[in-house]
Design a protein around this ligand. Sequence first.
Ligand SMILES: N[C@@H](CCC(=O)N[C@@H](CS)C(=O)NCC(=O)O)C(=O)O
Length: 204
Amino acid sequence: MKLYYSPAYCSQAVHIALREAGIAADYVKVDTVAARTEQGADFRGINPRGYVPVLELDDGSRHTEVAALLQYVADLAPAKALIPSVGSRDRFLVQQWLTFISSELHKSFSPWLFHKDTADPTRKAVKEKLSTRLADVETQLAGREWLVGDRFTVADAYAFTILSWAPMLGMSLAGFPNLSAWMARVRARPQVQAALRAEGLLKD
Ligand SMILES: N[C@@H](CCC(=O)N[C@@H](CS)C(=O)NCC(=O)O)C(=O)O
C-alpha cells in the first residue's frame, strides 16, 4: 500500500490511521502546488484532481476521499477497533462525525483560509462559522475522552488533523477546554507522534 501525502495536509488523518492500524505502507511526499512527487513524478498523472491523500492499493488501484479511506483502512484491521462494527450504532456515529468533519470543518478551513487571495470579509465569515462548529465539538466532548464510545477511532484522527490547522490560521483553541484536552490526548498517542515525526512536524 502507498500513501501520497503532504505534511500537515488532510492526508495526515490517513497516515495516522495506517500507523494506528499497524499497516505497513510506503509514503510518497507530494508538492501539490508544483503537482510533483518528491521523486519528480507528475502528480496530475497520479490524481487528475490534484489533491492528496491518494491511497494506492497493492493491485495498483488509486483511491481518494479522506472519509472513505479512513473507513477502508480501519476495516482492514478489525482487531485495532479504529471503527465500530458494521451495523452498530457507534459505527453510525463515526460515519456522522466523518461526514461532519469533511463537510463542516475540512472544507471550510481548506481552501478558503489557506488561500492568500481570500478577501477579508470572506475570511471573517468563514472563521465565524467555524467558531460555531468548534463550540459544537466542545459541547459534544464534555465528559468524553474520544468522539465516539470509549476509544480512539478514525473520527478522532480526522478531527485532530483538521483542527490542528486552527492555530496556524489565527484561531486559538484556548477557549475550548474540552477540545484542547482532547487534542492533547490524540497528540500524545505513540502512533500519532510517529506520524507527525515522519511528516517532519515534530522537532526532537
Ligand atoms: N475531497 C478531498 C479533498 C482533499 C483535499 O482537500 N486535499 C487538500 C489538502 S487538505 C489538497 O491536496 N489540496 C491541493 C489542491 O487541491 O490542489 C478529500 O476529502 O479527501
